[in-house]
Ligand binder design. Structure first.
Ligand SMILES: *[C@@H]1O[C@H](CO)[C@@H](O)[C@H](O)[C@H]1NC(C)=O
Ligand SMILES: *[C@@H]1O[C@H](CO)[C@@H](O)[C@H](O)[C@H]1NC(C)=O
Length: 356
């Protein structure tokens, strides 16, 4: 037969192809381009697999860390875990997905990760031929977070000083104060930062808040690299804010006085002078000496001024000033009134209420 050797050669060639595909084929080791991000205490999977998928049950799989040259993170050899030379800190925390090996999935499970587990991990299959990709690197990023704590520190002006504190963060986070609408509030300076011996960060930040409709304020701590955020809200009771009633009354009174003054001015000079006479006794009693002297100087540049200046008390000064004004023209009386109104509005408008 002439065709037999040719058929046999074809047969062997096909067999060879299928065997080589089965054992090594063109599969390559594939990991993950994105880092694996976790929080301390979490369990993670470091992805690594053969693509196209091929049975890895009888392959050697070596997981290492670039800075741990001699010791393994995990070694799979002779169809079992072979961790005699495993780095101590990984003892009892690593495993493979044994059911997945036949699918070429050689991912590593790492339990209860710590901050020091952060770094790059190498997944290595030595049996692959040099023309294939035999290893890949997977990045692990372990962070730590904690809930912020808010406390009321005291008051400043009409505001309440709040403190936000959060420890045990890694990497270093940012801290902001927000109002109930989510707007960032101007804090009393940048956050105070402290890094402890375990490379964990504690942040502290103060804010002075004003009374709002809700009195609700939020402290937000955020770490963008590990994509974590922790918020705490506080409701500041109304009565914690300094009593602003005194201020309110003063403001109201001021508005009333202004209105009154405007009314008086609109009515003209005659009633203005009547007002001055009406309050005469009170004004003599209560006006401040610092007020009288400049007025007197302005109005009466005569010997009377000297007499006023020499008087021992402001009451006597005021009496003498009134006397001088009594014999003055109407214009001077209204000038006096206007000056007095500017200097001592409380006395002129409602003298009875301002006992000195
Ligand atoms: C490997 O197996 C693990 C566990 O079942 C699974 O989470 C992971 O997605 C698998 N990886 C691939 C590439 O299939
Ligand atoms: C509170 O009010 C004062 C002035 O009334 C202002 O300067 C300050 O920025 C306010 N504080 C906040 C957190 O909005």
């Amino acid at each position: 037969m002439k065709t037999f050797p040719t058929s046999a050669a074809w047969c062997f060639w096909i067999l060879y192809i299928s065997v080589s595909l089965k054992t090594t084929g063109s599969s390559e080791v594939v990991g993950s381009a994105d880092p694996v991000v976790a929080l301390a205490g979490d369990d993670v999977i470091l992805p690594c697999s053969l693509k196209p998928s091929v049975n890895a049950e009888d392959m050697v799989v070596k997981w290492t860390r670039s800075h741990l040259k001699t010791e393994n993170v995990h070694l799979y050899l002779d169809e079992r875990d072979s961790n005699e030379e495993q780095f101590l800190s990984y003892k009892g925390r690593t495993s493979m997905f044994y059911e997945e090996l036949k699918n070429g999935n050689v991912s590593l499970k790492l339990t209860r990760v710590t901050l020091s587990d952060s770094g790059s991990y190498k997944c290595f299959i030595p049996s692959l031929t040099t023309s294939q990709v035999k290893e890949t690197t997977v990045q692990l990023f372990v962070g730590a977070v904690s809930q912020p704590v808010i406390s009321i520190v005291g008051t400043k002006g009409w505001g309440v000083v709040l403190k936000c504190e959060s420890g045990g963060w890694s990497p270093e986070p940012g801290m902001e104060w927000l109002d109930s609408a989510g707007t960032i509030l101007p804090a009393d300076g940048p956050p105070e930062r402290h890094r402890d011996s375990e490379a964990l960060y504690t942040l502290r930040r103060h804010v002075t808040v004003n009374k709002t409709d809700t009195n609700r304020f939020t402290c937000r701590v955020q770490q963008l690299e590990i994509n974590h955020l922790r918020e705490t809200e506080i409701h500041v009771p109304d009565d914690v804010f300094p009593k602003s009633q005194a201020g309110l009354i003063r403001r109201k009174q001021h508005i009333k006085e202004k209105k009154h003054r405007k009314e008086l001015e609109e009515r003209g000079d005659v009633p203005v002078c009547e007002q001055l006479q009406k309050n005469r006794v009170d004004l003599i009693q209560k006006v401040k000496v610092t007020t009288v002297i400049p007025i007197a100087f302005y109005l009466i540049r005569s010997t009377t001024y000297g007499e006023i200046w020499e008087a021992r008390t402001s009451q006597i000064q005021m009496k003498r000033l009134y006397k001088a004004l009594d014999i003055s023209v109407e214009k001077k009386k209204s000038d006096f009134y206007r000056i007095l109104l500017d200097l001592e509005p409380d006395l002129v408008i409602d003298p009875g209420k301002n006992l000195l």
